[in-house]
Design a protein around this ligand. Structure first.
Ligand SMILES: NC(=O)C1=CN([C@@H]2O[C@H](COP(=O)(O)OP(=O)(O)OC[C@H]3O[C@@H](n4cnc5c(N)ncnc54)[C@H](OP(=O)(O)O)[C@@H]3O)[C@@H](O)[C@H]2O)C=CC1
Ligand SMILES: N[C@@H](CC=O)C(=O)O
Ligand code: NA
Length: 375
């Protein structure tokens, strides 16, 4: 049964920016909630925008046609003014950023100060420059508006909310470790199964992209930066919490401060398009075959893992070898993420969150779950 709402619930005006894989699926899920307090008043792609508060979008098909026919170019200053005019004692605003844009991310402090809640799966703001993160935290505190980002780590899996509850209830986080990338999980679950050979590395990366797991440019997954961004978000969630038990973590200046081992062959650094990147990756298949063979010789498999080691103040992401009976080897399939929270209360047996960690349906669900937290 879906959430039900009182007819007197305050209205939440929703403005969606970014209508790609996740954005379109988010709108579909949003519009399928019966009698909800949400009104989809604006949609914006990279080239067009619509603001229609008097006739909010109601069906998944109509918004696409209306946006396609719009001649309005995106203008975030104007959108901010327009949305401000909708705030009243019975009506609030949520901006949902489903892009991976730095430009959109840089606007969160302004929007939070303007009284809008900000919800996003976009990792850029929370893992980028520390100054922007501080401005977001301050703006949210000043205005009482929320910034919610469950889908930035583990897509729809309850990772951020679990961490916030552990912190909020006073647990001491010792270490968080796991497979944080749906793309990397899929790639190595398929590539390194314990047998000495198998499908080529480049063909599997291509498959991950076709399934919608990768970032818009797959190099952003293979260079380890996507994992480094997620580790930065977790580290900051810990170090900016009010929990005094977790003070030994360094303040990361940005995700680039995470020790990260890239899987990009040096000649493929800086290739501008994902298509060209994939087509040239096949020239490096033998290098990856060799890594697989070396691990197999030791009866091990390859997995790309991330660690936030709070006790030792260490944050890192790298390709590691695991024995065949390790949970990272045995229990993962598809784009599964597995995240282990080692805490004081959870003692020697960690709290484990596991499941699909990429893909439009589960990511959009995490974004919509955040929106429901506003009601
Ligand atoms: N896919 C997944 O499994 C997961 C994705 N995420 C995150 O979700 C976000 C969206 O991912 P996904 O949907 O897969 O990516 P897509 O590339 O499919 O969609 C991103 C959309 O953002 C739009 N866009 C880019 N810049 C702007 C801008 N300045 N203004 C308005 N729209 C803009 C693009 O529009 P246009 O098409 O017009 O160019 C594009 O359609 C990313 O931040 C990603 O990291 C998080 C967890 C999992
Ligand atoms: N590209 C990312 C998508 C989710 O954050 C991943 O593969 O995990
Ligand atoms: Na999540």
């Amino acid at each position: 049964m879906q959430t039900s709402f009182k007819s007197s619930s305050p209205i939440i005006n929703v403005a969606v920016i970014g209508v790609g894989l996740v954005g379109s699926e988010f709108i579909k899920q949003l519009l399928s909630i019966p009698s909800s307090p949400f009104r989809l008043v604006s949609v914006t792609s990279s080239s067009r925008t619509v603001f229609a508060p008097s006739s909010p979008f109601r069906s998944s098909d109509s918004w696409k046609d209306i946006l396609a026919q719009s001649t309005e170019r995106p203008n975030f200053e104007l959108l901010t003014q327009n949305l401000s005019s909708l705030i009243s004692s019975s009506s609030s605003v949520a901006v949902v950023d489903n892009t991976s844009s730095d430009d959109v991310a840089s606007r969160y402090p302004t929007w939070l100060k303007a009284g809008f809640n900000v919800i996003t799966p976009n990792k850029k703001a929370y893992s980028g420059d520390l100054e922007l993160y501080k401005k977001i935290v301050e703006a949210s505190k000043e205005s009482g508006t929320k910034f919610l980002n469950e889908s930035t780590v583990g897509a729809g899996l309850p990772v951020i909310s679990t961490l916030k509850e552990l912190l909020g209830t006073g647990d001491k986080i010792k270490k968080i470790e796991g497979v944080f990338s749906g793309t990397m999980s899929y790639i190595f679950n398929e590539f390194s199964t314990g047998s000495p050979d198998g499908p080529s590395f480049s063909s599997i990366v291509k498959g991950a992209r076709e399934k919608g797991y990768t970032e818009p440019h797959p190099a952003d997954d293979l260079n380890g930066f996507d994992v480094a961004r997620k580790l930065t978000i977790l580290s900051r969630t810990i170090s900016f919490s009010n929990n005094p038990n977790n003070s030994s973590l360094p303040s990361l200046q940005s995700f680039k401060s995470v020790q990260t081992v890239s899987l990009i062959p040096p000649p493929l650094e800086g290739i501008p398009t994902g298509d060209e990147f994939i087509s040239r990756l096949l020239h490096f298949d033998t290098e990856f075959d060799e890594k697989r063979r070396q691990a197999r010789k030791k009866d091990k498999v390859l997995r790309f893992v991330g660690v936030v080691d709070v006790e030792n103040g260490d944050v890192k992401a790298a390709l590691e070898e695991y024995s065949a009976d390790h949970p990272f080897a045995t229990s993962l399939g598809g784009s599964d993420n597995i995240i282990m929270f080692h805490t004081e209360r959870y003692g020697p047996r960690p709290l484990i969150v596991q499941g699909a960690g990429a893909g439009a349906a589960v990511t959009a669900m995490g974004v919509l779950g955040d929106l429901l937290k506003l009601t």
